[in-house]
Design a protein. Structure first.
Length: 498
């Protein structure tokens, strides 16, 4: 049985269940949505710096990045500023709407060609963040994030008086069946990082570059986008820290960046990522130490790995063969459905219906696969259920499953390509058997096509009666009448005379 999830699909599913002898008491909410973007810096979903609102993959996530940044001349005309950086973070997601993250960002800045000898400085900053998300409809998610940053004078020191707080709101548009997501963020940083320095007037220019502290609060803004192509995700963003207050520098010196990156899932639990940033802010030459504000590398690249050891691997949990239910109905089971094509590529936008069978349940559940070809149902009653999968360009499939209370069942459907409504194929040759490149016109549709260098052609047509005109330069034209059947293939071979 094929189920089409178009307009009125809920009523169709309910009618099907009723015809099977099961009375549907309720049609539950759609399937659980998937995380709209991969895990970025800070072990939280996002683009590069800009975060993404949406549900979290639950469990633990660990991330580690290392990279290099370059600024060029800053503290002197012949100065060359180099930065080695790393970022390690972990987050815990006890619920799919809540995440708690801890992060340590370290960097070593080195200046060469200053005229006073090479200078280097090591700095490390611990950070904490809490993010909570909630849906606003089926495609839009909102989130609130609070962050704490405690800078120090050196890599191993902390200055509690310099603790700074970020309060950020996020909004992300992520349709469940789309490969794309778009996000924006806005917030405010209460910045006390300059308190980490007792006598800023004694700082060298290279120290000032390394510390990246500020005497100004900041309005935080950013926008990002992501696109998935199979197991690869491409991201891009723009972010800007608008510094405010009496000590704020000229607007052209406020930190502004363009970022881009690529993330590749090797398995469900292991991923690689590459992130790059370009600074758009201007820097005075030589740098002025008063007031203090962040000066970032002109270019920076980071690469690393993301681990999610608590994330469940699709297909890992066994699916038991269906058998007659033992009776009773206990809520709390999960069903994860993965839909792929014949080559194993995920199919987005496939419609999935969970139908109770044999009187073992009371709900019809409906969902649609995301860009990874996955959809998840929670709170399923125990007992025998039929899983129906359909897609507009593939043949429908179904399977019986015995749902066990408190367990997760993983199903993988490989759908074969559906035939077009009808198809015309053929070959155009000369009487001597030489393939001809010919022009074919199909009436009354007015559709035209050409045979290739081998004389072969193929065109999809609705069922019906047609007249085909075949013309090739230097040959007499022919007209042939054909009949196209539903889900059928009509063969037309034409031999042209000179």
């Amino acid at each position: 049985m094929a189920v089409a999830m178009g307009a009125g699909s809920r009523s169709v599913a309910v009618a099907l269940v009723a015809a099977a002898g099961v009375t549907p008491l309720a049609v539950s909410r759609p399937a659980v949505a998937q995380q709209p973007a991969g895990d970025s810096t800070g072990a939280l979903p996002g683009f590069v710096r800009v975060g993404a609102a949406g549900p979290f993959d639950t469990g633990f996530v660990l991330s580690g990045l290392a990279g290099y940044g370059y600024r060029g001349a800053v503290v002197a005309e012949s100065d060359r500023h180099h930065r080695a950086a790393f970022d390690v973070a972990t987050s815990f997601r006890p619920r799919n709407w809540l995440a708690i993250a801890a992060r340590y960002s370290g960097r070593y800045d080195r200046h060469t060609g200053t005229g006073t000898g090479d200078e280097g400085e090591w700095v490390g900053d611990p950070r904490l963040a809490v993010r909570a998300s909630a849906p606003l409809g089926s495609e839009l998610w909102l989130a609130a994030q609070a962050g704490l940053w405690v800078p120090g004078r050196e890599g191993s020191s902390l200055e509690p008086d310099a603790a700074s707080v970020d309060l950020i709101g996020l909004a992300t548009w992520a349709p469940p069946a789309s490969r794309f997501s778009l996000g924006v963020e806005g917030g405010f940083r209460l910045d006390r990082s300059a308190e980490a320095i007792d006598r800023p007037e004694e700082l060298s220019a290279s120290d000032r570059m390394s510390l990246e502290v500020s005497e100004s609060d900041a309005i935080l803004m950013g926008a990002g986008a992501s696109m998935r192509t199979g197991a690869t995700e491409w991201v891009g963003e723009w972010s800007w820290d608008a510094l405010v207050g009496d000590r704020a520098p000229d607007a052209r010196e406020w930190p502004m960046r363009l970022g881009a990156g690529m993330r590749r899932q090797l398995t469900r639990t292991v991923g690689l990522q590459l992130l790059v940033e370009v600074s758009l802010s201007r820097t005075r030459d030589p740098v002025v130490l008063d007031p203090l504000f962040p000066i970032e590398p002109r270019f920076q690249a980071m690469a690393g790995i993301t681990l999610a050891p608590g994330r469940e691997e699709p297909g890992r949990a066994p699916v038991r063969p269906a058998r007659e239910p033992t009776g009773g109905s206990i809520a709390g089971a999960w069903i994860v459905v993965s839909v792929v094509d014949a080559a194993g590529a995920p199919i987005a936008g496939a419609d999935v219906v969970v139908l109770p069978s044999g009187g073992s349940g009371t709900e019809v559940r409906m969902g649609r696969t995301d860009a990874r070809g996955r959809v998840t149902f929670d709170g399923i009653d125990g007992g025998l259920a039929r899983i129906e999968v359909s897609h507009v360009r593939h043949r429908a499939s179904s399977r019986l499953l015995e749902v066990e209370p408190g367990r997760t069942s993983n199903l993988r459907f490989a759908l074969s390509r559906a035939l077009p409504p009808g198809q015309l194929r053929g070959l155009v040759r000369s009487l001597s058997g030489r393939p001809l490149a010919a022009e074919l016109a199909i009436s009354p549709l007015g559709t035209r096509t050409r045979s290739d260098a081998h004389g072969e052609f193929e065109i999809d047509l609705p069922p019906g009666e047609y007249e085909v005109s075949v013309e090739a330069e230097g040959y007499r034209a022919q007209r042939r009448r054909i009949h196209i059947e539903q889900d059928g293939v009509t063969i037309l071979n034409v031999d042209l005379r000179k």
